[in-house]
Design a binder for this molecule. Structure first.
Ligand code: ATP
Length: 344
């Protein structure tokens, strides 16, 4: 099911939680809404669900205007971070719940039980139908919640930080598992997260949100390698920001030419990722300083130094065996960067 938001605005007591948001979600796509707390992710998800209605603008399901339709009419499946299962019901009964309360076309008891068993296999919990929620782990419960959402054969699956309450290892496993499930079932899925790694790993496309607006929509590569704003650059990974001047195609920081650009003369901000800084000999024009902090992460070392006489701190990522311990004098040059106009 294709979903479109058209110039959607949502106010709560005149406070705009979403400004003029437009977004096209393709049929069968797994899309992540990513942004910091308060950026409007959940509000957009609830508007798609029919749990909230837009102050202005439209939500379209295919060609049909769903803006004023109820959750049931839209036929969406949900999973929330704390989507408590019914404690007094077995896993099977939890999964079948949406089918049992159907007003029209309610399947028989046997049919519901068969469907619950099928879904338990799909979410890789075969045979656990007779258990009760408190006899399951957190990760198993969220998979049951997902099976319950899928039971009604929703047109769209909406997930709001479904793995948020689980520990890092379980989260990672469930992410991979959800991606595989999506590939098998092909539901149009909208997933809310504030974890950029989760968004990038899971989604076909990521919608980056900030302050009630969409900053960028793109693949993991788009938002990582071609961020369109300083916000996206910094939110999506680690970054260094240097105030530079461009003159005649030369980019200069503190009088040192660091590279060339086609951009016009003026003041710019140069954004560089830690792994895009290269250590060069001391006599090559670069940015130099003495490492004050270093930390190991996997096979890399993140080393940090402050530029003497300036406020900027430079963080670079080096192979662990390449040195960079505190006290080392380093001179670095950027290999890759993005320039944004000052004040962007
Ligand atoms: P989080 O990651 O913290 O859940 P979010 O990106 O999902 O954040 P939303 O929950 O969509 O953000 O909230 C967006 C803004 O709208 C926030 O400033 C929030 O306080 C406000 N807001 C959301 N729901 C309501 C409501 N029912 N009444 C009043 N204000 C609301």
């Amino acid at each position: 099911m294709e979903i479109r938001a058209r110039n959607v605005r949502k106010e709560f007591d005149r406070y705009p939680a979403l400004h003029d948001v437009s977004l096209d979600i393709r049929s069968g796509e797994l899309i992540a809404l990513l942004g910091p707390s308060g950026s409007g992710k959940t509000t957009l998800l609830r508007l798609i669900a029919g749990l909230e209605f837009p102050t202005s603008g439209q939500i379209l399901f295919g060609d049909e205007d769903a803006s004023t339709k109820s959750v049931q009419e839209r036929n969406v499946g949900f999973v929330f971070q704390h989507y408590a299962l019914f404690k007094h019901m077995s896993v099977s009964d939890n999964i079948g719940f949406g089918l049992r309360v159907r007003r029209k076309g309610r399947p028989s008891r046997a049919e519901i039980a068969r469907r619950a068993e099928e879904l338990l296999e799909l979410v890789q919990l075969p045979g656990l139908g007779k258990r009760y929620p408190q006899q399951l782990s957190g990760g198993q419960r969220q998979r049951v919640a997902l099976a319950r959402a899928l039971a009604i054969e929703p047109r769209v699956l909406l997930l709001d930080e479904p793995f948020g309450a689980l520990d890092a290892k379980v989260r990672k496993d469930l992410r991979r598992w959800l991606r595989e499930l999506h590939e098998r079932t092909g539901h149009t899925t909208v997933f809310v997260t504030h974890d950029q790694e989760e968004a990038v790993e899971l989604a076909d496309r990521v919608v980056v949100m900030s302050q009630g607006r969409i900053e960028q929509v793109g693949s993991a590569d788009d938002i990582y390698d071609r961020p369109e704003s300083p916000f996206v650059f910094s939110f999506i990974g680690q970054s260094n920001r240097l105030p530079v001047t461009v003159r005649g195609g030369e980019i200069a920081y503190e009088g040192t030419v660091l590279g060339r650009t086609e951009e016009p003369d003026g003041r710019w901000q140069m954004f560089v990722r830690p792994h895009d800084l290269e250590v060069v000999p001391a006599d090559v024009p670069g940015i130099s300083g003495t490492v004050s902090l270093a930390r190991r992460s996997g096979g890399s070392r993140f080393a940090e130094f402050a530029v003497p006489g300036r406020g900027e701190r430079i963080e670079l990522e080096l192979p662990a065996e390449a040195g960079g311990e505190p006290g080392t004098a380093l001179n670095v040059r950027p290999r890759r960067w993005r320039l944004f106009a000052e004040g962007a």
